[in-house]
Design a protein around this ligand. Structure first.
Ligand code: AMP
Ligand code: GLY
Length: 420
């Protein structure tokens, strides 16, 4: 089988390594891929947002199955276009990807179907937003409606900060067109959990839970990033909480999307906060999380491609989705300066690594026999072990052997989880 994977980050590298385990796979193309993916697949320089280019490539190369991993091509309708050409895909069509593409849509969906989430209000007019903020409780959360590379959320401690947030999102348009509408919502507190689920629109099967570390610096300091490391499973997410989530959040979301005529097939990501009033949805993503995927898929015992095909065919109920009873930790190495500006093009030295760790590339490129830095989040190491403590130690022991100029990583990935 010829497989196409759209995307070129750590998430896609992990997906490709897992898909390769299926013996029926003869070739994998990554669009555009990266320096590490080039060692596992054929990279083709077509951008993940070039929907025409992706569709043409898939038709010309007689692709048997396509995986569209990032949010923007999903929202832009890559799966719709591939389906029109008769190519089976893993990933939602654009009318379902809106669950991530528009926060106004997802908040209204949750309200309509009674799915627990933070109280909120929607505004398309900055003056009305300011009137509302004058009488609000603080802190409060201001979110741009559309996709904003995971950065469209501002937590405002007081009215002045909220006013500034409204101004920069709606008038200065720091997130572009994403900020034409905003959601202002109640600030929630509690442990955060990421739960990625496979769904074919009828059945929903959760994967092992995980915990992201979104802030750039050790001690949860610095700016929000795409994610600086992850662990799985998340110790806050007990069996009892999982049951509540299935009944009050996961199944109701799948059913709500069906009722709206927007059946979701693919990986539905629930960003949850475990508040004292029960689990609530902080965000939906229409795709695998990055770097959650880097700890979740290495623990998957069942065959990934088979599951993805069952999602497309509507046979997920009959397909096993089983996980190892182990723990995983992923530590990201980033370019100094990320998530703001940073330099790239530095050679990466890989030391003598344990044979059983996974080195996952994100922002790298291959030049001759060298691997160079080419992005903010450069690469990560995932280690698995019987305990979380052993997995974290192994990930750190190995990440410290991988060096490049200006490299930085957090030194406390998994620390909070180990205290539970
Ligand atoms: P998002 O981009 O929606 O994942 O939001 C980024 C981060 O902002 C989340 O991981 C939370 O830590 C935080 N956040 C978002 N919404 C809320 C909320 N209503 N209350 C508290 N924190 C929030
Ligand atoms: N790690 C969070 C996300 O993928 O959105």
């Amino acid at each position: 089988m010829k497989i196409l994977v759209v995307g070129g980050g750590g998430r896609e590298h992990t997906i490709i390594k897992k898909i390769k385990e299926n013996p029926a796979v003869s070739e994998i193309f990554a669009l555009p891929g990266n320096g590490g993916i080039a060692m596992d697949a054929t990279c083709v320089p077509i951008k993940a947002t070039d929907i025409d280019g992706i569709t043409k490539f898939a038709v010309d190369h007689k692709i048997d199955f396509a995986v569209v991993a990032p949010d923007d091509p999903l929202v832009l309708g890559a799966v719709d276009r591939l389906h029109e050409k008769g190519i089976p895909c893993f990933g939602p069509e654009s009318k379902a990807a809106i669950i991530e593409g528009s926060k106004v849509f997802s908040k209204n969906l949750m309200q309509k179907y009674n799915i627990p989430t933070a109280r909120y209000a929607v505004f398309d007019d900055p003056q009305k937003a300011l009137l509302y903020l004058e009488t609000s409780d603080y802190p409060i959360v201001v979110k741009a409606d559309g996709l904003a590379l995971g950065k469209g959320v501002i937590i405002a401690q007081d009215f002045a900060a909220a006013k500034e947030a409204v101004h920069s999102i709606m008038e200065d348009k720091i997130f572009g067109a994403s900020g034409a509408n905003i959601v202002i919502e109640e600030f929630l507190t509690g442990p955060e959990v990421s739960v990625l689920c496979f769904t074919d629109g009828e059945t929903i099967k959760p994967m092992v839970s995980s915990m992201d570390h979104k802030r750039a610096l050790t001690g949860d300091k610095g700016l929000n990033t795409g994610g600086m490391g992850t662990i799985a499973p998340n110790p806050y997410y007990t069996k009892e909480i999982e049951k509540v989530c299935m009944e009050t959040i996961f199944l109701p979301t799948v059913q709500a999307m069906n009722k709206e005529n927007r059946t979701f097939k693919g990986c539905l990501y629930f960003g949850l906060m475990l508040t004292k009033d029960g689990p609530k949805v902080i965000e939906y993503n229409c795709r695998f999380g990055d770097p959650e995927t880097q700890v979740v898929l290495p623990l998957l015992k069942s065959d990934l491609l088979t599951i993805m095909q069952s999602v497309e065919n509507g046979t997920l109920a009959d397909t096993p989705v089983e996980f190892d009873d182990k723990c995983a930790a992923c530590v990201v190495e980033a370019s100094g300066g990320y998530p703001k500006s940073y330099q790239t093009g530095y050679a990466i030295q890989f030391g003598d690594l344990d044979p059983d760790v996974l080195v996952i590339h994100a922002g790298t490129k291959k030049q001759g026999d060298k691997i160079l830095t080419a992005g903010g989040r450069v690469l990560s190491v995932t280690a698995t072990a019987d305990t979380l403590k052993a997995a974290v130690e192994k990930a750190y022991r190995n990440i410290e052997k991988i060096t490049f100029q200006d490299e930085y990583h957090r030194t406390d990935i998994g620390k909070r989880a180990l205290e539970v």
